[in-house]
Design a protein around this ligand. Structure first.
Ligand SMILES: Nc1ncnc2c1ncn2[C@@H]1O[C@H](COP(=O)(O)OP(=O)(O)OP(=O)(O)O)[C@@H](O)[C@H]1O
Length: 283
């Protein structure tokens, strides 16, 4: 009897320990699980894709500021639509994010890296490795094939070279997703339609699985139908890769594709920068 009583006591103590464990550990576990950010990309490191602080930029000493932004953040995995009148500094801001320009003062932090603290070559490497860029005119190299245009982007990323076959199949897979036939890979890009060029431009921007995509008015030359096709494709690809995107356009109707908007006119201290003195493209 004593033995049975002894076992029962141990069992009771065991149950008490399990009960206390459930009360203490489980709520912590539940809090940790519930506080996980929604985007899968957040799980990587939880940093902001872009953070701007006290940002000022002017093209040369003594010139009026083109950009004055106190604070702006884009969480990783989110999408931002940037708009503002001509001359309000949209392209300048993208160039700052891509490290093609450095701020006159303040900080531009991209994916946890302070861009202005990098040297020129480090910025080039950072851009090639972490940022996919889609330009207004797509900027494909006309005399190269689709495959070579994409291979150039892979080469400059500086990532450890994958076997050629693997690179080609990743490019082919992306193009197929974008609705282009396999044989297009061997066509020179000058022979492609605008719609095909758009798709190649998206594939080239995504080939290195960048964490941030920046796009400067890529729909400006498109009719409404092609524009909507392009946006749907681009945003589906960005979502699938869990990247963040900063997209510039004059066309406010595109804002519906994005999580957040940034109106440069309202953020800049100078409302109509296009009218400012000394603003020119000569430096
Ligand atoms: N390289 C440069 N040297 C001097 N000034 C420049 C340079 N590039 C742009 N600017 C000036 O900076 C201001 C912002 O130009 P930016 O191209 O960023 O504007 P934007 O909003 O992209 O304009 P748009 O919508 O017309 O493309 C403009 O006044 C422009 O004239």
């Amino acid at each position: 009897m004593r033995a049975i009583g002894c076992v029962s006591n141990k069992k009771v103590i065991g149950y008490i320990i399990i009960f206390v464990y459930c009360l203490t550990i489980n709520p912590i576990f539940i809090i940790v699980v519930m506080s996980k950010p929604a985007s899968p990309f957040h799980k990587i490191d939880g940093k902001c894709a872009v953070e701007l602080h006290d940002l000022q930029f002017s093209y040369g000493q003594g010139r009026q500021s083109v950009l004055n932004i106190d604070k702006w953040q884009l969480p990783q995995g989110e999408s931002a639509f940037i708009y503002g009148p001509s001359g309000s500094g949209k392209s300048t801001l993208l160039n700052l994010l891509g490290g093609l320009l450095i701020p006159t003062s303040g900080a531009v932090n991209v994916l946890g890296t302070e861009i202005s603290k990098l040297s020129g070559p480090q910025r080039d490497k950072f851009r090639a490795r972490h940022i996919g860029i889609i330009f207004q005119q797509f900027n494909l190299i006309p005399w190269l094939t689709v495959a070579d245009n994409i291979a150039v982007a892979q080469h400059f990323s500086g990532r450890k070279a994958a076997p050629k076959g693997q690179m080609v199949s990743r490019a082919a897979e992306l193009l197929e997703k974008l609705g282009l036939a396999k044989d297009v890979m061997q066509h020179k890009t000058r022979a492609l339609s605008i719609g095909q060029q758009q798709r190649v431009a998206i594939a080239r921007a995504l080939i290195n699985a960048p964490e941030l995509i920046i796009a400067d008015e890529p729909t400006s030359a498109l009719d409404t139908e092609s524009r909507d096709d392009f946006m749907a494709l681009l945003m589906a690809c960005v979502k699938e890769s869990c990247a963040s995107i900063v997209f510039v356009s004059h066309d406010r109707s595109l804002a519906r594709y994005f999580n957040t908007e940034l109106n440069l006119t309202s953020l800049n201290a100078v409302p109509d920068i296009a009218q400012s003195e000394g603003a020119s493209h000569d430096s």
